[in-house]
Design a protein around this ligand. Structure first.
Ligand code: SF4
Length: 578
């Protein structure tokens, strides 16, 4: 019998009043906090009269990791545009590994690699920076604290608080956020160290939880904020850090590949970034809109490393870190409504990512800055109504975010029918500034594309290379448990399971027959396992302590019965240097 995590009922919770609560301490949340602090400081400097002063005391950032940045993972390349607006001269003190000085793009087929004769403009990265998002977010967190804003680490936003039952996005008001209960045992009972979560009652609640944020999902579902014709679509990036012999990838060098081991029917590709002359970030993004339920993104990455192109770079080196993260691919058209009464959504949670350039950090930061400017006006006027917070959307529409994202609004959707058609469609979009020969493409949730296993050809040539069962040789390739060990993931075992499966019978019965339990394959951390128990279909075991918080199961489960909710605050990966 599995006990799933949910807030305990019937207990008294401490109440705290706040002006602004920002849920999530990644680049979007930290940029928002920092910009808000700057605006308050500027206001106070211009209005020295104590009665006109504004306070930063009741502005809080909640971060579920034990330390800021521990759950942050990206390739990562930073387009510095928004950081230069937020903190001019940030390069002088921020942790930057290298400036990009060299790029190349390759197409891989079985055993061969062909270099593109030129680097397509969206992938030209000269002037961008190779960074570790983990260290960058940590540095931003220090800036936020120096600016006088309180950051609560080890606190997750477990559920949103509402003023009433309204489901109308024009009327419903978010009243704040409840933090996670601490000290609950695996049967859902309070332990000796039990501490109930806080009810943080805020004038403005800002959601910056990254891809498929838990509170953002609650809000989007409750108020119907997503357009069903333009549902969000995702990819999952699997990443390792490698120490390699010098002379193979230069510091500041960027390499992208398309193709192998994915077939032309799937969307994805790899990156290799030179952090120093002997340290690289290497990873592979697999689009989470594949048809074959046996597709295993972790295996895709392991096979990519065996291609002679990657092998030549890695052989004789050593893998030192591992991680995985999903990312929103859908772009401008899949952006949900991003403001309402007392709430705003930022960053990856709101689809601020450029899938053509494979970059989102600069957009996340800019969205945080624009939300902060709106929040400042709302605090000043003591009016956080949807009307006032609509300034945030208006500011996004008038900013370079719009210029960057609108002209690629159909880009990812163009690849729905595979690589070749996608390249032609993307070419047409270049001519029509992002438009098509007809209306904008619609986009349905990607899990709907997964096909029943009985209509798949198991012996489909070439597909075995992306399917499950990566064992690993322990040198170049690794099994999932070895990789999870290198993610530094830690959860207290004695707590309820935070992967909430709404109906376990579906797993043993319908899912086993129809899809062959794809959770066993798409999870990059070996959390899900079907165990023989004598009954037909087996029983689902959930090794939740392995979870690296990538959210893929929440996104890709074909019946949408898995809800990723935050485990006890502080648990999760430790993406040191990632
Ligand atoms: Fe990712 Fe879900 Fe697996 Fe956790 S359980 S690692 S969120 S797929």
């Amino acid at each position: 019998m599995i006990t799933f995590r949910k807030p305990l009922e019937g207990i008294e919770r401490p109440q705290m009043e706040a002006d602004v609560v920002i849920v999530g301490g990644g680049p979007a949340g930290m940029a928002c906090a920092l910009r808000l602090a700057q605006l308050i400081d500027e206001h106070n400097a211009e209005h020295p009269n104590p009665e006109e002063q504004m306070s930063k005391e009741n502005i809080y950032v909640l971060e579920k990791a034990r330390e800021v940045g521990q759950h942050c993972l990206s390739g990562a390349l930073l387009d510095p545009r928004s950081m230069r607006e937020l903190l001019p001269g940030f390069e002088n003190e921020a942790p930057i590994d290298a400036e990009v000085t060299k790029e190349s793009v390759w197409f891989l087929s079985s055993g061969r690699a062909r270099k593109f004769p030129f680097v397509p403009p969206p992938l030209r990265d000269h002037g961008n920076y190779v960074i570790s998002l983990n260290r960058f977010a940590k540095w931003m967190g220090q800036k936020v604290e120096e600016a006088g804003i309180t950051v609560f680490t080890g606190f997750a936003g477990s559920e949103l608080l509402f003023d009433d039952d309204s489901r109308d996005p024009e009327l419903a008001r978010v009243a704040g956020v409840r933090t996670d209960d601490k000290g609950v045992d695996k049967h859902g009972q309070p332990k000796a160290n039990f501490e109930p979560g806080y009810d943080l009652r805020a004038k403005i609640t800002i959601l910056a939880e990254g891809t498929r944020g838990n509170c953002a999902k609650q809000l989007i579902n409750r108020l119907g904020l997503e357009d069903p014709d333009h549902a969000q679509t995702y990819g999952i990036g699997i990443k390792e850090l490698w120490e390699i012999p010098a002379g193979r990838v230069a510091k500041g060098e960027v390499i992208y590949t398309l193709g192998w081991p994915l077939t032309t029917r799937e969307y994805g590709g790899s990156w290799i970034y030179g952090i120093s002359d002997t340290l690289i970030s290497i990873g592979y993004v697999t689009g989470l809109d594949y048809e074959d339920p046996r597709t295993d993104p972790h295996h895709v990455f392991q096979d990519f490393k065996q291609h002679p192109f990657a092998r030549r770079i890695l052989e004789g080196g050593k893998m030192i870190r591992y991680g995985a993260k999903s990312l929103p691919y859908g772009g401008w058209l899949t952006m949900p409504r991003i403001y309402g009464n007392s709430w705003m959504i930022l960053g990856d949670s709101a689809s601020f990512l450029n899938s053509q350039r494979l970059k989102g950090i600069h957009l996340a930061i800019k969205s945080g800055m624009l939300a902060a400017e709106t929040a400042f006006d709302a605090l000043f006027d003591n009016d956080a109504s949807a009307d006032t917070l609509s300034e945030y959307k208006a500011a996004v529409d008038q900013s370079w975010i719009f210029d960057e994202l609108y002209r690629i609004r159909n880009f990812h959707q163009a690849f729905e029918h595979g690589l070749y058609e996608g390249v032609i469609r993307a070419g047409i979009q270049q001519v029509f500034r992002g438009g098509n020969l007809g209306p904008d493409y619609k986009n349905h949730a990607a899990y709907l594309r997964m096909r029943h296993q009985d209509v798949l050809n198991i012996h489909d040539e070439g597909r075995d290379r992306i399917l499950f069962n990566a064992k690993g040789d322990g040198k170049l390739t690794f099994d999932r448990l070895t990789d999870v060990y290198h993610s530094g993931t830690r959860h207290d075992d004695d707590q309820p399971v935070h992967l909430v499966v709404k109906d376990l019978n579906i797993c043993s019965d319908r899912c086993a027959k129809e899809f062959g339990n794809p959770c066993q394959y798409f999870c990059p951390a070996a959390v899900y396992e079907m165990v023989e128990d004598g009954a037909e279909g087996g029983q689902l075991h959930i090794n939740f302590a392995n979870c690296v918080h990538c959210k893929t199961c929440d996104i890709m489960d074909p019946y949408q019965i898995i809800d990723w909710v935050p485990p006890e605050g502080g648990g999760g990966p430790n993406y040191d240097g990632m």
